[in-house]
Write a protein that binds this ligand. Structure first.
Ligand code: PDD
Length: 287
């Protein structure tokens, strides 16, 4: 069955899904995106993702390409046409197509593109053994809270991680404090069992999974702090993990050349993952 993509109101064969050469996303990275997990026919945290999309659009003075309720319908339709039960829905909005000129074009409709990709339910190896990360300087712009498609520093960081044969790169600011991963939020658990992740300001993306984990931690009576932590503190943590919509809670067992604790995924990370899986099952099935 061919994969189907959505391009500005049309459902087209994925291989033939194209946008115009003068789409501002292509020329200026003038666009925003979301990645929503479709897990066993449930869209996980769809509303918070759409809220964040709205916020990214507002921050860039960009209009919704279609009404939010129409986006709901289109998402369900593209999922229905692709017939995946588990995968990632990618939503991208750009400022639209116009002759290349930096300032905003007038009377141009924003563009909307969506794709769905099947992914395995859980990556057992990652979960059982954890992953390794490297650290590198965060060279991104000052508004990382906007989920912009301008991801070149993230691309370079992830490539550096791949070249080092590890899964992710955690970035640090000018003070040596960890901001986040190139496509994930970063977490540690201190020696005294406190869950720590950086406060959600302009320096990081306010992860939807991050928000859910904080909520679940509260319900589980796990004490947590939203504060910055240094690379050094992470090296000495009791546990470390990363979070995102693609892989939920993923244990980190090595940072640079430092093995975290005894090198096996920690119990609190595992408990949070299990609780997150339960949380996912609470969303309604879409069909
Ligand atoms: N990335 N930080 C960054 C820089 C990210 O790109 C992401 C997500 C996150 C986690 O956010 P959330 O929990 O809402 O997925 C944090 C997506 C998955 C991506 O770019 O593919």
């Amino acid at each position: 069955m061919p994969r189907i993509a959505y391009v500005n109101g049309r459902y087209v064969d994925h291989g033939e899904a194209v946008v115009h050469v003068e789409d501002r996303g292509y020329q200026f990275a003038d666009g925003v995106y979301e990645v929503v997990h479709l897990f066993r026919n449930r869209l996980i945290d769809l509303e918070p993702h759409l809220d964040r999309l709205g916020r990214s659009l507002d921050e860039l003075d960009m209009a919704w390409p279609i009404h939010r309720s129409a986006l709901h319908v289109a998402m369900r339709e593209i999922i229905r046409r692709n017939r995946f039960a588990t995968g990632l829905v990618y939503i991208q909005v750009t400022r639209g197509v116009a002759p290349r000129d930096h300032k905003f074009p007038k009377d141009v409709r924003s563009s909307l593109v969506m794709t769905v990709r099947a992914i395995p339910e859980f990556l057992d190896d990652m979960r059982e053994n954890g992953v390794a990360v490297i650290t590198l300087e965060d060279i991104r712009w000052a508004r990382r809270d906007i989920k912009s498609v301008s991801l070149l520093p993230n691309v370079l960081g992830k490539q550096a991680a791949a070249a080092a044969d590890v899964y992710e790169a955690w970035m640090y600011d000018g003070e040596g404090m960890v901001t986040e991963g190139t496509s994930s939020n970063a977490w540690i658990i201190s020696g005294d069992g406190v869950l720590i992740t950086r406060a959600a300001d302009h320096d990081i993306l306010q992860g939807i999974t991050r928000q859910a984990i904080l909520q679940l931690a509260q319900e589980m009576n796990i004490s947590f702090e939203e504060r910055s932590f240094s690379v050094e503190e992470a090296y000495n943590a009791r546990e470390a993990f990363m979070s995102n919509s693609s892989h939920f809670v993923t244990p980190v067992t090595r940072i640079d050349d430092r093995v975290i604790a005894n090198g096996i995924p920690g119990s609190l990370s595992a408990a949070l993952h299990s609780r997150y899986v339960e949380f996912m099952s609470e969303f309604p099935k879409i069909s």
